[in-house]
Design a protein around this ligand. Structure first.
Ligand code: AKG
Length: 264
């Protein structure tokens, strides 16, 4: 079991919690080798999307639904320790996958993932009760661009469209009139050891700065839905929405949204 009562309480207070080790170093290496293969078009199958972003000097490689391209990543969705932990965090006995997402920041030129909340980017699913499990496939440190979080921010609802302004020190600079109490708690770095997992709520403010170190930063996030998540097609569309076969208002299930705990 990854999470005891203290850690679960910490998650509900802060909106994120470190979960501990889920893979050995060798297992993490095996996943990162497969990740590079998929990024180079040498996977067993095809991911939903292999892309990313660049500002000319830095870049992030992003792969969405790598589980469709590789059997080890398909197995990863149902990693028993992770699934048990997210079920307890989401207080559900049914867990499905919304989608997965690799973000790789290459050495020296790894780009930033700007401060944001996840759920406003997923307006087609409701309610905002999802939890993500982010596994480091090599040590994620302050130097190579680990994630940073704002404790308690998951309790504030959606901030604008989910995108949060920040300054040159990678510190959020939101409109404080939209922050409860008008005061922003200090950002917290979340270093994660290779093969370990970090959980965050889908409304927690988070981001990851550039990687100028000698070491790449490979990681896989899986965004898990509790069983009561429904398809509510309002607002802007989403990359994986074309995979949805249920009707508006129905529970979101189907072959593209694997059930990893409970009945389909
Ligand atoms: O991998 C990162 O640095 C960012 C990932 C992220 O934003 C997420 O998992 O929600």
């Amino acid at each position: 079991m990854l999470l005891d009562r203290t850690k679960i309480t910490q998650f509900h207070r802060d909106g994120f919690v470190a979960g501990g080790q889920v893979y050995s170093s060798e297992e993490a290496d095996a996943l990162s080798e497969r990740m590079f293969a998929v990024a180079e078009g040498q996977g067993e199958g095809k991911a939903e999307n292999v892309g990313g972003w660049s500002d000319g000097t830095t870049r992030v490689i992003q792969i969405v639904n790598i589980f469709k391209a590789d059997s080890l990543f398909r197995q990863h969705l149902a990693q028993p320790l992770i699934v048990e932990a997210v079920a307890s965090l989401m207080k559900t006995d049914t867990v499905r996958v919304w989608h997965d997402q690799v973000q790789y920041k290459p050495p020296h030129q790894g780009g930033a993932t700007t401060w944001h909340q996840d759920h406003p980017y997923w307006p087609v699913i409701q309610p905002a009760d999802l939890v993500s499990a982010w596994v480091a496939l090599d040590d994620a440190t302050i130097e190579n661009g680990c994630m940073w979080m704002i404790p308690g921010s998951h309790l504030w609802g959606a901030y604008k469209n989910g995108s949060i302004e920040s300054d040159e020190t990678f510190t959020p600079t939101p409109d404080l009139s939209l922050v409860p109490g008008g005061h922003l708690p200090a950002k917290v770095p979340c270093e994660v050891k290779k093969g370990h997992v970090l959980f965050h709520h889908c409304l927690t403010w988070h981001g990851s700065p550039v990687n100028r170190s000698d070491r790449g930063r490979p990681a896989i996030a899986v965004h898990y839905m509790p069983g009561h998540t429904r398809y509510v097609p309002e607002g802007k569309p989403h990359l994986v929405e074309h995979n949805i076969s249920v009707l508006p208002g129905e529970i979101l299930r189907g072959e593209h949204f694997p059930t990893v705990l409970g009945n389909n």
